[in-house]
Design a protein around this ligand. Structure first.
Ligand SMILES: Nc1ncnc2c1ncn2[C@@H]1O[C@H](COP(=O)(O)OP(=O)(O)O)[C@@H](O)[C@H]1O
Ligand SMILES: O=C(O)C1=C[C@@H](OP(=O)(O)O)[C@@H](O)[C@H](O)C1
Ligand SMILES: [Mg+2]
Length: 182
């Protein structure tokens, strides 16, 4: 069995990072960590509260601290789901590139909008037109997701299980290629 590195999922809000991360961790028999949950556990408060009391800057500081603490200190290889803004800081992008096999879950803005429409747990989408906000974020972040990605998986028009299977197949192909080349 080829020892897989940490698998880290990146992508916009609603791409399915939390959902798919849990599914692939079960299939791979690995621990699953959702970085947003780690941040909330560390803070003893939920993300809307952190944004409210410490601003987005305070949340980003917590996000970088959680990422570096959990990814670099981790002993076994795990599956991590990150928050959609993880790629905004260069130091986060360096940590991702240096410590993981990064999977970019691509979703169109239409799908992002549809999949986030029922949740009010995303502060960035509570203050204005969510479609316009998601579009603007996507223009800035899509190139950054591609910069750190080892693999890119399309999620539109695919059920979570189908996306998870495609992620697993792509990881297996990548790791096999790596061992044959090295
Ligand atoms: N491939 C998919 N097809 C349909 N719905 C999805 C898909 N992936 C995730 N979802 C749904 O979209 C919502 C957001 O998923 P989530 O995993 O929280 O995304 P993220 O962590 O990337 O923001 C959830 O209700 C989830 O069930
Ligand atoms: O895109 C972003 O900046 C954010 C995405 C959220 O995670 P999900 O991508 O899991 O919704 C969460 O980290 C926070 O609300 C900020
Ligand atoms: Mg999530």
């Amino acid at each position: 069995m080829i020892k897989a590195p940490n698998i880290i999922l990146v992508g916009p809000m609603g791409a399915g990072k939390t959902t798919i991360g849990r599914l692939i961790s079960q299939s791979m028999g690995k621990e699953f960590y959702d970085l947003d949950k780690v941040i909330e556990d560390n803070a003893g408060a939920d993300i809307p509260w952190i944004f409210e009391r410490e601003g987005e800057e305070g949340f980003r500081r917590r996000e970088t601290h959680a990422l570096s603490a959990i990814v670099q200190s981790d002993t076994g290889d795990c599956v991590f789901a990150t928050g959609g803004g993880i790629v905004m800081r260069e130091e986060n992008r360096d940590i991702l590139r240096d410590n993981a096999l990064v999977v970019y879950l691509y979703a169109s803005v239409a799908q992002q909008l549809y999949r986030t429409s029922k949740s009010n747990h995303r502060p960035l989408l509570q203050t204005g037109d969510p479609k316009a906000i998601l579009k603007k974020l996507f223009e800035v972040r899509d190139p950054l997701y591609r910069e750190v990605a080892t693999l890119i998986i399309e999620t539109d028009a695919r059920h979570p299980r189908s996306v998870a299977n495609r992620v697993l197949d792509a990881i297996r192909r990548h790791l096999k290629m790596e061992t044959t080349v090295s």
